[in-house]
Write a protein that binds this ligand. Structure first.
Ligand code: NAD
Ligand code: GDD
Length: 373
């Protein structure tokens, strides 16, 4: 299928050339595999470390492989015959994960290190890397009313410890593979991404999904109380998954962006309290708020400066938060009810909520987020 954008981008692969999506069992990789399939690409190889039955999305017609891409030989196998490689594989999560499991985050360097080398050796034409706003200097993010981060704000470097530094050094790999070896690389710095088919419990979930789940727990358990990490003033912008996927495609097919990190994020800034109010409104409840001041908070404020993406692509992520959260909350509610329906009490066919709203962030993170995937 040729879209209007394709016609302006003659360097796009044909629909029968092989695309590799690494991390396709996860949130963004799964959505990307579906997107390419829906666009008419017939040769998609999807790879993830998780067993295939645990993938968030399994797209018909796609070759799904369970392989650990921190191992060189698996990267070589994954890249065989590929024209484009999209690296969405990383051991990551929201603040509850990346503040507590820095070693796991740092070890993702193995994935990109082996995958980019394998891509280069396989003669891949384009290599996309999913970086993060966590690569930005944290000293610029101490204010809950932040100045939006522009691409030059990564240096001088003071990235998020662990996760952010791994992203920054992987960006450098991408830039040097282009400079020294001529592999065309593309680097997007994602700002907090949310949407259906993402992680919504277990300790790796990010604020939009975590707050949706907590509102659901409070609503269905009748406690009417929500536990919020921090004092509620932390500010973020959240990008809806469809915008993220469209942005990946546009960036990877823009010659001006070779080896050039670019923000891919929404610029609609909200505080955590405002996000909670929005979800309450969607759910039709008002909850008592309890603030957990010693919970993982991350930076005080982070927003995306979209001057560059607008200039280069004439586009920026534009799904309103309210619209995206409506779809996300509805999907999480369905999942929540499905899961709870599967847990009978005393074999009487009655159900109980799986999650108690009083579960502390420490227990949640330690119980499941750190377990090997
Ligand atoms: P995710 O956790 O849902 O997906 C990542 C996938 O990578 C998982 O399915 C995981 O099993 C897989 N993986 C981990 N180690 C692997 C290995 N050794 N071999 C093969 N697969 C492995 O996360 P996501 O939200 O889809 O994130 C995708 C990418 O985008 C990551 O690089 C992440 O750091 C980046 N990113 C995401 C966000 C966000 O808000 N979601 C923000 C900034 C950057
Ligand atoms: N996860 C989570 N769960 N966060 C909560 C909760 C909760 O129940 N309650 C309040 N928050 C607050 C956090 O304390 C933090 O201040 C804010 O919501 C956002 O948290 P996250 O969504 O977990 O992460 P982040 O925005 O700090 O970082 C995320 O985005 C980066 C890109 O912008 C992470 O996903 C990073 O991995 C990602 O790179």
């Amino acid at each position: 299928m040729t879209t209007e954008h394709d016609m302006h981008n003659p360097d796009r692969p044909g629909s029968d050339e092989l695309i590799l999506v690494a991390g396709a069992g996860g949130f963004i990789g799964g959505a990307l595999a579906r997107y390419f399939h829906d666009k008419g690409c017939t040769q998609i190889r999807a790879v993830d470390k998780k067993p295939v039955h645990e993938w968030y999305q399994r797209v018909p017609g796609v070759q799904n492989l369970c392989m650990d891409l921190s191992r060189e030989e698996n990267c070589v196998r994954a890249c065989e015959g590929a024209t484009e490689v999209y690296n969405l594989a990383a051991d990551m999560g929201g603040m509850g994960f990346i503040e507590r499991f820095r070693v796991e985050c740092l070890r993702s360097i193995l994935i990109n290190t082996h995958l980019i080398e394998a891509a280069y050796r396989a003669g891949v034409q384009k290599y996309f890397y999913s970086s993060s706003a966590c690569a930005y200097n944290t000293n610029l993010q101490k204010d809950p009313h932040p100045r939006p981060l522009k691409e030059t704000d990564a240096y001088p470097a003071m990235a998020e410890r662990g996760y952010g530094w791994e992203k920054l050094i992987s960006e450098m790999f991408c830039q040097e593979y282009w400079a020294e070896r001529g592999l065309k690389t593309f680097i997007a710095r994602f700002h907090n991404v949310y949407g259906p088919h993402g992680t919504w419990d277990g300790g790796r979930e990010k604020a939009p999904a975590a707050i949706s789940r907590k509102v659901l727990e409070a609503k269905y358990s009748g406690t009417n109380t929500i536990h919020i990490w921090g004092d509620g003033t932390q500010a973020r912008s959240y990008m809806y998954i469809d915008d993220c996927i469209k942005g990946i495609d546009l960036i990877t097919h823009c010659e001006e962006l070779v080896a050039t990190p670019i923000n891919l994020g929404s610029s609609e800034l909200v505080t955590v309290d405002e996000l909670v109010s929005l979800v309450e409104e969607i759910a039709g409840v008002r909850l008592r708020r309890e603030y957990e001041l010693d919970a993982p908070k991350g930076v005080a404020g982070r927003n995306s400066d979209n001057t560059m993406i607008q200039r280069v692509l004439g586009w920026q992520p534009n799904t309103p938060l309210r619209e995206g959260m409506l779809r996300t909350y509805s999907w999480i509610e369905e999942e929540y009810l499905k899961r709870n329906a599967a847990v009978p009490i005393n074999g009487e066919g009655k159900t109980r909520p799986l999650f108690s709203s009083g579960v502390s962030h420490r227990n949640t993170a330690a119980a499941s987020a750190g377990s090997p995937r």
